[in-house]
Design a protein around this ligand. Structure first.
Ligand code: PBG
Length: 318
């Protein structure tokens, strides 16, 4: 077995798994009305960005070979129904045209969810302590349509309400946005690894948790059912999240549906590697590359990662 492991060129020649910068999706937190760049303490190297800084970051990422960004909005005000989520003057609605102009050809994907926009931090409409399913759909459809109107190529619902993909597909079509694609966060587990994201987006639930809508980490048949429903409702691409804790699910979803399959290496996965590297307990570059290749090897076609720029640079320098 060792004959083909002797030199870097031999190893590259027979490598089964390749990652290109164009497989990576770079998430950006765009903050309405704050300073240009505010570091997120639990995610070293990640910042909340003004629209102008997000434009700079997208151009820099594009110059490193990254061809897609995923936008999260942090609104200037939050309320019970997430009014800023579908506001024509919302931060995402203003950011999209600015990004498109500065970095034409980069795929603009937007996260569709209410938790960044609601004062209670849940992903839908809350009544008497319950997150309502059907009452949340109208708000999500309206948010998705407003992103499409602003020029998003792809909308990515991450709320995990039932029926939202079908509702969003109909809403987009009725509004004349039949070319806007849907990347559904189809198998999204309730995970402890989203903690740093909630710091970044100020979106931790004010009461309770997300286990009444996000999936139970003990299940994989349920993931297949979730994905099947989203595919039937019109999802063009499906996502599994988090990534490293769900490699088996990524593989099963890819093999079952043969659809473009995304994996989201989430905030906590990123933070773990960064924290250990900061202490000198891991080689950060090597650990990031290993994680991304493992996610790819499991079957992911596209990978959402906060380390996108770093990984792209590492891939180019090898
Ligand atoms: C919004 C959303 C979350 C993430 C992506 N979209 C937060 C959550 O569900 O609590 C997590 C991403 C990450 O941890 O990097 N619902």
């Amino acid at each position: 077995m060792r004959r083909l492991r002797r030199t870097p060129a031999l190893r590259d020649l027979v490598a089964e798994t390749r990652v290109w910068p164009s497989d990576l999706v770079y998430p950006l937190f765009i903050d309405d009305g704050s300073a240009a760049r505010v570091p997120v303490p639990s995610m070293p190297g990640v910042e909340r960005l003004s629209i102008e800084a997000a434009v700079e970051e997208t151009v820099a990422a594009r110059d490193e070979g990254i061809r897609a960004v995923l936008l999260f909005g942090i609104p200037r005000t939050k309320d019970a129904r997430g009014s800023r989520a579908d506001h024509p003057d919302g931060v995402i609605q203003r950011a999209i045209p600015a990004l498109r102009e500065a970095a034409p050809g980069v795929v603009v994907i937007t996260d569709v969810c209410l938790c960044e926009y609601t004062d209670h931090g849940h992903c839908g409409i809350v009544e008497e302590g319950e997150v309502l399913n059907d009452a949340s759909l109208d708000r999500l459809v309206s948010q998705a349509v407003s992103h499409a109107r602003a020029g998003a190529d792809v909308v990515a619902p991450s709320d995990m309400m039932d029926g939202r993909v079908g509702a969003i597909r109909s809403g987009l079509d009725e509004a004349g946005h039949e070319a806007t694609a849907i990347l559904s966060y189809a198998a999204k587990y309730a995970s402890a690894f989203y903690g740093p994201f909630r710091d970044a987006a100020d979106s931790a639930p004010a009461f309770g948790d997300r286990r009444s809508y996000q999936m139970d980490g003990r299940n994989t048949d349920e993931a297949v059912r979730e994905v099947a429903l989203d595919v039937r409702e019109g999802a063009d691409m499906v996502m599994v999240k988090p990534a490293l804790p769900s490699l088996d699910v990524i593989r099963r979803v890819k093999e079952t549906f043969e659809l473009p399959t995304a994996a989201y290496q989430v905030s906590g996965e990123y933070a773990m590697l960064e924290a250990a590297a900061e202490r000198g307990w891991l080689d950060g570059d090597a650990a990031h590359l290993e994680a991304i290749h493992a996610i790819r090897r499991a079957g992911a076609d596209l990978i959402v990662t906060y380390a996108a720029r770093r990984v792209a640079r590492l891939l180019a320098s090898r």
